[in-house]
Design a protein around this ligand. Structure first.
Ligand code: ATP
Ligand code: MG
Length: 430
């Protein structure tokens, strides 16, 4: 029988790559904390109905991408395809609105969509997202955008494009939709089949088509910005002004409509041009209607989600180096030395150092070679002599310098060791 492989569209994230994930997660956590966002953890599956209502039946996500199944109690369950619907359900169910003011929430975790897998597009993928609930202020939109932009900057992403649009209120959009359908109907036969299909169900989505001929038709379509009412226009002007004040560059893109139904006013996407076809790394916008739509009190909101796979692909491509090397690698030969080695390693860990103990049982020479390859800053060596004297050899792996130390020094000279290791690390990284 052949060996079993991972399911199509899913993948293992191996330890070398996990370093990148941890780095992105830690950076995001820190920035979100600084911006007073608090983490929310919601279930990975929800009632199918939540997504049908919260995302919209006319969207690709609900129409053809959901992992939906009946559980053993005959309930229709869906693996979450995105995080906003669950966050809003939780906001309503737990009456977070009763705390008053604005709720700033963020989440991280796997999402599931049945799509054709390719680089940067999977069936299980991961998002970090935030939702700011309870404010109509344009500063809420811009704060959210600024956090995403700061995250990319902090991660060392060299360049990106921020596309910006406004979808106005539902009323603005109704008017625009009529004008758009009117325009597109003239070219009905030239549209790609998917777009022809969308003409009645979700015509705005046609603007977002990847088909070249449809794209060209969309270029001359009526511009949604011409259909904004005075309030929508004022909000959008403010967003643009505040972005300029913060020195955040953007490009207006009237074809940016986003896939999900619940957006109002500001819509935005961050694109990393180097990623080719799957370039959108972050998408978001305002969704003032969703909370009420899902049965909560009228609550304006704005949010975004970052696709972690795409972001990490870029970091790896850009060869942004991450250092997670060990402090020590410990090798030992002989029964007594091996026992002492374990004790030494545990004490070092108690003192805050990272240590790998060689467990291979191979000859000293092989153990030392493994120490060289381990990436550790220093190697601790214990043989019979050292075991007998209660000493050890400390070898600095970069320079090859070696010294004999009393084992007790590792406990008493913690600060000095930390400084030495830090100094070597900073020399290596420059
Ligand atoms: P796309 O147009 O690429 O399908 P989308 O509009 O469906 O994206 P959103 O629902 O806005 O995507 O999700 C936010 C982000 O999550 C995307 O910008 C992307 O980075 C990431 N993402 C979405 N779907 C996938 C997927 N199947 N695999 C990997 N990342 C994804
Ligand atoms: Mg999609």
């Amino acid at each position: 029988m052949g060996s079993i492989q991972v399911s199509r569209g899913t993948r293992d994230i191996l330890p070398e790559e996990v370093i990148y994930w941890q780095h992105v997660e830690a950076t995001a956590r820190q920035l979100l904390h600084q911006a007073a966002y608090r983490e929310l953890r919601t279930p990975i599956f929800e009632q199918t109905h939540l997504f049908e209502r919260g995302i919209g039946e006319a969207t690709d996500v609900v129409g053809k991408e959901m992992y939906t199944f009946k559980d053993r109690g005959d309930r229709s369950i869906t693996l979450r395809p995105e995080g906003t619907a669950g966050a809003v359900r939780s906001f309503i169910e737990n009456k977070l609105y009763a705390q008053g003011g604005v709720q700033r929430l963020w989440y991280i975790g796997p999402m599931f969509r049945y799509e054709r897998p390719q680089a940067g597009r999977q069936r299980q993928f991961h998002q970090i997202g935030l939702e700011c609930l309870g404010s109509t202020d344009a500063r809420a939109d811009v704060e959210a955008i600024a956090i995403a932009s700061q995250l990319l900057k902090s991660l060392g992403v060299p360049e990106w494009t921020l596309s910006l649009n406004s979808l106005g209120t539902s009323e603005d959009r109704q008017k625009y939709r009529a004008a758009l359908v009117n325009y597109l109907n003239q070219y009905k036969d030239d549209l790609d089949p998917d777009s022809q299909d969308r003409l009645q169900r979700n015509p705005l989505r046609i603007l977002d088509s990847k088909d070249p001929e449809t794209k060209e038709i969309a270029q001359s379509a009526p511009n949604i910005l011409d259909y904004l009412g005075p309030d929508s226009k004022q909000h959008f002007d403010q967003v643009q002004q505040l972005l300029t004040d913060l020195d955040i560059a953007y490009t207006l893109n009237p074809c940016l409509v986003r896939g999900l139904d619940y957006y109002t006013h500001t819509a935005f996407e961050f694109e990393l041009d180097e990623l080719g076809n799957q370039a959108t790394v972050c998408g978001g916008g305002r969704y003032d209607r969703l909370v009420a739509e899902l049965g909560g009190p009228e609550t304006p909101a704005v949010g975004w989600a970052i696709g972690m796979e795409r972001l990490i692909l870029l970091l790896q491509k850009a060869e942004i180096a991450l250092n997670q090397s060990l402090d020590f690698y410990c090798v030992a030969r002989g029964v007594e030395a091996k026992a002492q080695a374990l004790l030494i390693c545990q004490n070092l860990r108690k003192n805050g150092f990272s240590v790998e103990m060689d467990l291979s049982g191979s000859a000293f020479g092989k153990q030392l070679k493994r120490a060289d390859r381990s990436g550790a800053v220093a190697c601790l060596i214990l043989g019979d002599t050292e075991a007998c004297d209660r000493t050890l050899q400390l070898k600095w792996l970069q320079s090859g310098e070696q010294e004999t130390l009393p084992q007790a020094d590792l406990n008493t000279q913690t600060n000095q060791l930390q400084h030495q290791i830090a100094a070597i690390r900073s020399k290596i990284s420059t």
